[in-house]
Ligand binder design. Sequence first.
Ligand code: IMP
Length: 197
Amino acid sequence: MSGIQLIFATNNTNKVIEIQSVIPAGIQVVSLAEAGINIDIPEPHHTLEANATEKSTVIHQLTHKNCFSEDTGLEVAALNGEPGVKSARYAGDNKSFTANIDKLLSNLLGEKNRRAQFRTVISLIWNNKEYQFEGICKGQITHETIGTNGFGYDAVFIPDGSDKTFGEMSLQEKNAYSHRKKAVTQLISCLQALTAN
Ligand code: IMP
């Protein structure tokens, strides 16, 4: 597999860094900024799947090139799956990661059930056809922020099998557990199959 170029339909630099760290050399992932595309892609839907499709479709219609997007949510059991698809805007539009974490921890105050999962849905558009992949990482929410690495809710999430939050991990350590890495692994396998002949 070589010479594959894919536009990654996101403005989130953290996601670009994470995905570029697990993509093999034969696939070039081009961010929107690198592709010279400056748009705010909407996420108007009620599911990660629909938002992922929306983002890849918008960029495909604009560029007519192969591309992919991803939508990720933190699904907390005691909050009936919230913040889920609203993870980026949990504390309101244009709120910071800190404000979102504060709201999450305050909604879980006194709650013993800290179970949660990150779920990533990737939408690939390859030769005008869409493919979707899902990656899940199960774990638990801490009672306070621990660690300063990563982004979003990383500092309050401990994946099963570890005693550290994502916020305490290097990128390589996070990749050993991460929802995003699991979804990207399926994306890579699909591309290998699609380009095998
Ligand atoms: P979206 O997929 O761009 O809608 O982002 C959803 C929100 O979930 C982000 O703004 C982050 O706050 C959070 N998020 C997504 N992926 C991760 C992750 O890997 N770790 C921690 N938080 C994340």
